[in-house]
Design a protein around this ligand. Sequence first.
Ligand code: GLA
Length: 744
Amino acid sequence: MAVRIDDQNLIFYLETEHTSYIMQVVKGKYLCHLYWGKKLTKIYPERLLSFHGLCCSANPDETDKTYTLDLLPQEYPTQGAADYRRAALETEYADGSILTELFYESYRVIKGKPLLKELPATYAEEGDDVWTLEITCADRRTGLEVKLSYSVFSQMDVLTRSVCIINRSSARVVLNKAYSASVDFNSDSFDMLTLNGAWGRERYPERVKLRRGNQTIGSVRGASSHQENPFIALLREDTTEKTGDAYGFSFVYSGNFIAGVEVDQSAASRAYMGIHEDLFQWNLEPGSCFQTPETVMVYTDRGLGELSRIYHRIYRRRLCRGKYRDAGRPVLVNNWEGTYFDFNQKKILAIADKAAELGIEMLVLDDGWFGKRDDDTSSLGDWYADQRKLPDGITGLAKAVHLRGLKFGLWFEPEMISKDSNLYRQHPDWCIHVPGREPMECRNQMVLDLSRGEVCSYVIDAVSQILDSAGIDYVKWDMNRHITEYYSAGRGSSGQSELCHRYMLGLYHVMDEIISGHPDVLFESCSSGGGRFDPGMLYYMPQIWTSDDTDAAERVYIQYGTSYAYPFCTMGAHVSTVPNHQVHRVTPWKTRGDVAMTGAFGYELDLTGLTAMETNVVKKQVQRYKRLRMWLPAADLYRLENPFCGNYGAWMFVSESGNQCLVNCIRMMERANMPEKRIFLQGLKEGCSYRCVETGNCYSAEELMYAGLRVSEDGENPDMRGDFVSFTWSFEKMMKRKIRRTNE
Ligand code: GLA
C-alpha cells in the first residue's frame, strides 16, 4: 500500500514506486517532515530529523534547550509561534490575536482520492493504486482544525497535497493566508527553475541558484498570468535533463498564486505554494471550512526530463477529463489571423470550402460574430449573432459548415463585458469595479463579477443557449484582461477581500456547468494566448492556446519552456502566414508545420489565398498530422537541444509502445561553414534497431543515443540552407536487428 504508518512512533510513509515522503509527529505534537526523495526502505527517524541547533528563538520544551520551532521542519507551519520562517497559515481571531498552534490529533487513510469541493484537482479512477492520507491537526484553544490531505499516485510517482481548514469555534476566524503546501529540505544546495514571460513570450525557463532569504514568483492579476506560471522546480546544481534530483511543485489553480523558497539561518530551505496572500483574506464562519487548491508534487532522481514526463502523464491521464482526454484532436482552421474582425458568412464559408479540400476537419469562428463587434470596443456580453455579418445566424452558419463535412467551433469571452454592450446598459454593476469610480478598461473591456450567483447564471445560460441551438463542436474560451479595482457590488464591506478567490470559484462553477452539460464539445482555453496556461484550466479544458505569438521560431522557445510542466498535446499550435503578424519573421512552411504538429494542430490564416504549391504542402501536412495523432499525444517527450542555450532546439517523442518515434530539430540561424551538428536521441530501447521512415536508413538504438544523429542526414529536407530550418525524422522500431556488420 502506498501509505504505511508506524503507529507506535507516529511515522507516516507515503511511498510511490520510486520515491518516499516521510513525516513524523515530534514531541507528541508537531507534525514534521523527515524526508522526501528516492525511495528508502528502512529509516532511522532520529537520524533523519534535523531540528536541533542553538539559536536565540523561543523554546517550547524547557528540558531541551536546543529544541526550537525555528529550525523544526514542520509540515504546515503557522504564524505567531517561534517559527519565524514563511508560514503556511496566518489567522486572526475575534479577540485580535493571531497565534495558531497546530498539534497533531489523528489520521485516516482513504482508498482513492476524494474530490476537492468546488475546485479542480487530479483524480483517481477505479483500479488505480491511489491512496489518500488525511492528517488532522488542531488548535483546540481557538477551535481551528486543519486537515492535511496527501494523495499518493504510486505508479505515477506523484504526490498531491491540499488543506481543509475548519472553524470549530463559535466566532469568526479570519484567514490571512492559507497555502496548499510547505515542504522543508535540510539543504540549500538547489537551483530554482521557474517559467516566466510576458504576452507573446510565455513560459521562458529561468534557473537560478538559491540564495539566503525568500525568493518567490506569483501573480496578483486574477489569473495565473503570462508573467509567471504556477510551477517551480528545485534542482541540484548538477541536475541535467537526463540525470539528478528534481523536485517539482505545480499548482492546480488559475488565479492569484505564490510559489517560492526560503533559505534560512541553518541553510535549510522551505518551499511553499498556495493562493497569494496579497489580495486574500477569508472570513471563516463558525462551522465552515476553507478548502485550498491542490499542489502536485513530483520527485525524481532522473533529471528534469523525467520530471516533465511524470507531470505530462498525470496531467494527460488524471487531470484532463472528458471525451477528448484520450482522443485525437481535429485539425482546425481558425479565422482570427486570416480575417480578424473583417468577415462575413460568405468569406467564412469560402474558408470552409478550402479547408474541406485540404482535409482540415474543423472551422473555428473567432472573435467578432456577436453583438455589433467590428473591433474590440464593443459587445462583449451580448452573445447573439450579428445578423449583418451572419444573416443565417450561428445556427445557419454551423449547419452550412457541417454540410461541408467539417466540425464547427466558436470563440467566446464569457468572463468579460464591454461598456458598449446591452449587458452593460442593463447591469452596469455586474463588472468588477469600485462604486463611485470610473472602471478602468483594458482592451476596452471589464471583468464580469463571477463571485455573484446571478452573473454566473447569466453566463451559463448565454453560452449554453448558443451551444444548444447551433450544434457547436468546439469552444475557444478566451479571457483577455486581468482584474483591477477589486470590489464586488454584490457583497458587503467585510467580504471584499474574498473576491479574488470567489471569482475563481465562480468561474470553475460556470465552466463545470457548461462543460458537463455539453460533454461532446471540445473546449480550448485561452487568455490573450497563454495567459492562463495552468493545471486548473486543464481540468476543464484539455487544450490551451499556448501563445498569441504564432511565429514558428518563437514557438520553439515557448513550447519548449511550456513542456517543463505541460504535455505537448495540451498546447494549441497553429500554422500562420508569413511575414508573421507578431514578429514579422518569415519562416519556411515546413518549419511552421513541424513546430505546430507536435501540439493540438491547426491553421490560422486565410486559406483561400493559398497558391497551388501551398495547397499541396498543407494537404501533406494535414495527412502527416493525422498519422501522427494516432500515437503522438500519448507519447513520452524527450528534450534534446535547449534553444535557450544554443542555435538548435530539438525534442523527440517516443510512443507508449516504444515502436515509434518522432524527432524534431530546428536550427535557428544559418552560418557559413557550420560545424557538423549531432543530436543524441533518448528513450530508445537498447539492443533494438530503428528504421528512419524518410530515408530508409537503419540505426541501432545505441548509435542514435550515444554516437548521435547527424542533423544533415535529414531525408525530407533537401534544401537545408537558411534560417529557422526544421529537420524531422520518424523512426520505427524494427522487429529484428537488421544492421549488417561489416565483417559478416
Ligand atoms: C485573444 C486571443 C486570440 C484571439 C483574440 C480575439 O487575443 O488570444 O487568439 O482570439 O483574442 O480577440
